[in-house]
Design a binder for this molecule. Structure first.
Ligand SMILES: Nc1nc2c(ncn2[C@@H]2O[C@H](COP(=O)(O)OP(=O)(O)OP(=O)(O)O)[C@@H](O)[C@H]2O)c(=O)[nH]1
Length: 223
């Protein structure tokens, strides 16, 4: 049965890219950074790692909101139904699971290996409905094909500092754009949040992504 309450999305992420994706899709999230120490989680597959970290981030913020955790049934709020979304992105490349490079040297080394080759960006998503305590989650994968860039291009890109801020040491919608030939799959998954996957998770909770629109698309695009 569809909700009659106003839906409110809390994004449990510091990622400016995730927030930008949601806002462009008409969803204005409240941002509550989880502060999770990702080094405490170790998993052998990129799917398990990205999903577990997404769950940890969403659950951490849910607890902080003073609501029971996943198995509790949070008290109904008057007119607002709050959802918490956690995400985590990792690159699977050459049999390794790669997050953000620790420094410029690692970013340089990675690019010298990645250029001209392909990897798979995995983004785990976890969505918790505070009113019911229900939790749903899934991982999206998008293949990334890197351009055969020169040592000089690598040096210039690493010098911008961007590679050290993002999983996989590259962006497709930033300075790294020219260095990715193509992606196979949802580009949002590479950027850090898959909107079609979010739509599916909301559907599992009997909710619609259109109920999350804070600005109706017409008004948000009017000049
Ligand atoms: N703009 C952009 N950001 C990317 C891209 N690929 C990865 N990222 C970012 O790289 C970061 C991956 O690190 P995560 O640990 O998942 O997220 P975070 O930024 O540390 O933020 P938290 O969710 O609070 O942990 C995210 O901010 C992603 O948005 C890309 O192609 N474009």
């Amino acid at each position: 049965m569809r909700t009659t309450k106003r839906l409110h999305l809390v994004l449990a992420s510091a990622s400016p890219a995730r927030r930008k994706l949601l806002r462009a899709a008409g969803i204005e999230p409240e941002v509550l950074v989880s502060g999770v120490d990702e080094s405490t989680v170790d998993h052998s597959t990129p799917e398990a790692l990205s999903l577990t970290l997404a769950q940890l981030k969403a659950r951490t913020v849910t607890e902080r909101l003073g609501q029971p955790s996943v198995n509790g049934s949070a008290p109904e709020s008057a007119d607002r139904q709050t959802l918490v979304l956690g995400c985590d992105s990792v690159l699977a490349f050459d049999g390794e699971i790669l997050g953000k490079p620790v420094d410029a040297d690692e970013a340089t080394r990675r690019w010298r290996e990645m250029r001209g080759r392909s990897g798979v960006l995995h983004t785990g998503h976890c969505l918790i409905d505070l009113s019911s305590g229900r939790e749903v989650g899934a991982v999206a994968q998008t293949a990334v094909h890197f351009a055969a860039i020169s040592d000089e291009e690598i040096a210039a890109y690493v010098a911008t500092g961007e590679p050290m801020q993002v999983a996989g040491a590259f962006t497709i919608d930033g300075l790294g754009g020219p260095f990715v030939d193509r992606v196979d799959g949802d580009p949002g998954t590479v950027i850090g949040l898959s909107l079609p996957l979010l739509r599916g998770l909301l559907g599992e909770l009997d909710l619609r992504i259109t109920d999350l629109w804070t600005a109706t698309p017409a008004s948000s695009t009017s000049k």
